[in-house]
Design a protein around this ligand. Structure first.
Ligand code: ADP
Ligand code: 5GP
Length: 226
């Protein structure tokens, strides 16, 4: 059996603004032989996003046809648009010898894990609080306030509690610590180093659930921040 078949699929998920893209960039900037899968979406390009780089931009008809042809490992709806992990894109990266990092909605992450089993590892990024999440979304400057409020409501009602379904959780308070955590998880899954594996154990959801639960409780108590 080819070694390439065992390349890692590392799925990063969590509320909008939790830091998924920041932490994925940290992996791509600091490690070799890893690439970010390019998904398909029906949403319009933002800014200077290029087709085939940010996403494969599709019409709703094209997307539906790809669903019918079995072209996706998983697909989901987020804010009235469809998003899907293209089999062809992932296969191409694995064939090139890369590990693959994916940025997926919470249901998408859980479904990809069902599809790939232990070969896919899932990481949930927990923001420190509603207040800080809101500040980060405002500072990012990509969304108007009504969209920020909808993203936060969705985080509270549909996303935050689902951290339990993930293999790892990262508490993204101090960015340098969160970056160290994602690299530690990545290294523990891609190298045989026993010390690295041992250090990453504490980031497993089963081992950090008590702490994560406290953060989630605090998050929920701040529902009036929306
Ligand atoms: P996501 O991809 O989950 O939507 P981003 O990676 O775009 O989130 O992060 C949202 C914003 O918060 C960005 O402007 C990013 O620079 C900032 N950010 C992420 N993590 C931190 C952190 N630990 N401290 C301060 N700002 C952060
Ligand atoms: P955006 O429109 O901001 O680029 O992405 C919106 C959401 O779609 C993000 O939460 C991102 O994680 C998610 N997303 C991007 N690609 C995919 C995909 O292929 N499948 C799923 N399920 N979610 C995706």
């Amino acid at each position: 059996m080819s070694k390439k078949r065992n390349n890692l699929l590392l799925v990063v998920s969590g509320p909008s603004g939790s830091g998924k893209n920041t932490l994925i960039s940290c992996i791509l900037d600091n490690r070799d032989n890893v690439s970010h899968s390019v998904s398909a979406t029906t949403r319009a390009p933002r800014g200077d996003e290029k087709n085939g780089v940010a996403y494969y931009f599709m019409t709703f008809d094209e997307f539906e046809r790809t669903v019918e042809e079995g072209g996706f490992y998983e697909h989901d709806v987020y804010r009235e648009n469809r998003y899907g992990t293209l089999k062809a894109d992932v296969i191409k990266r694995v064939a090139a010898g890369d590990n693959v990092v994916l940025d997926l909605t919470v249901p998408g992450a859980v479904n990809l894990k069902k599809e790939f089993g232990e070969r896919a590892k899932t990481v949930f990024i927990i923001p420190p609080s509603m207040k800080i999440l809101k500040e980060r979304l405002i500072a990012r400057g990509t969304d108007p306030m009504d969209v920020i409020e909808r993203r936060m409501r969705f985080a509270l009602e549909s996303e935050i509690d689902r951290y339990r379904e993930f293999d790892y959780v990262i508490y993204n308070d101090v960015l340098e610590d969160a970056k160290k955590a994602i690299l530690l998880i990545y290294d523990s899954l891609t190298t045989g180093d026993k010390n690295v594996k041992k250090a990453a154990e504490k980031l497993k959801t089963v081992n950090s659930a008590e702490f994560a639960e406290k953060i989630v409780d605090r998050f929920k108590k701040e529902a009036d921040m929306i």
